[in-house]
Design a protein around this ligand. Structure first.
Ligand code: DX5
Ligand code: ZN
Length: 229
């Protein structure tokens, strides 16, 4: 089952074994994952480098076989430079950091103009107040629950309250269609609390792709945690 209740998982391939990327992604989709999360890092906005549009391009054949969306999380300065490249490569959603955009309305409108979903991400120390003017223009808000840049970090507990406050803000403004995602440190033990707080998409990297167990075993455990939420 792809989504239980109103929550689902997005598999972040940052922690995948890149020698077996296609195989691991397919295993995740066979197990019911409907979103693949691609983390793009530029070594400036975050202190790490990762992948570019070619990775989104190689994932395209899976979209013919599975009902999967590709979400691109741009952890880069001045993301406008690369949005068209990622859209042409087949991204279904582009998520930009609110801290990285000079002209956010223009950026968000440009993404939507091309028929893709537009999301905005907030770093852990960025206040929800930053959403005040833009929230009506977006399809989703991604709450970073670790400092962006690396997989496998510990979940920042204050993110739970931030998600709950965002849920109330969206409800109060009749913006229930705006999806709340959470990214970073999403481990089995926190899933129930995240869903209760109002998170709808749980981005998970190292809990899915690790050497402890197989991808399908890890995903089964995550879905089991959703069922008790
Ligand atoms: C961190 C990335 C995350 C990361 C999550 O900067 O945005 O998507 O891959 O990895 P885990 O689930 O291991 O925290
Ligand atoms: Zn991410």
């Amino acid at each position: 089952m792809a989504a239980i209740g109103s929550a689902q998982y997005a598999a972040s391939i940052l922690s995948a074994d890149f020698c077996r990327l296609g195989e691991q992604v397919e295993e995740a989709m066979e197990e019911g994952i409907t979103r693949i999360h691609v983390d793009v890092m530029d070594g400036r906005f975050v202190p790490n480098l990762s992948m570019g549009p070619d990775v989104v391009r190689v994932l395209q054949p899976f979209k013919n076989k599975y009902e999967v969306q590709i979400n691109v999380h741009l952890m880069i300065t001045d993301p406008d430079r690369y949005i068209t490249d990622f859209l042409c490569a087949g991204a279904d959603e582009i998520i930009v950091h609110i801290e990285a955009c000079q002209h956010l309305f223009q950026t968000v409108r440009n993404i939507r103009l091309h028929g893709a979903r537009a999301g905005v991400a907030l770093n852990p120390a960025t206040s929800l107040n930053m959403l005040e003017e833009i929230v009506e223009e977006v399809d989703g808000v991604l709450i970073m629950s670790v400092e962006p840049g690396f997989g496998g970090q510990d979940f920042i507990r204050t993110s739970l309250d931030k998600i709950a406050r965002l849920r109330r803000m969206l409800y109060g403004r009749h913006l229930d269609h705006v999806e709340i995602s959470v990214d970073g440190g999403v481990h089995l033990s926190i899933v129930t609390d995240l869903v209760k707080a109002g998170a709808q998409t749980l981005v998970s990297g190292s809990e899915i792709f690790n050497s402890r167990a197989s991808v399908n075993e890890n995903i089964q455990a995550l879905f089991a945690a959703l069922k008790v939420s």
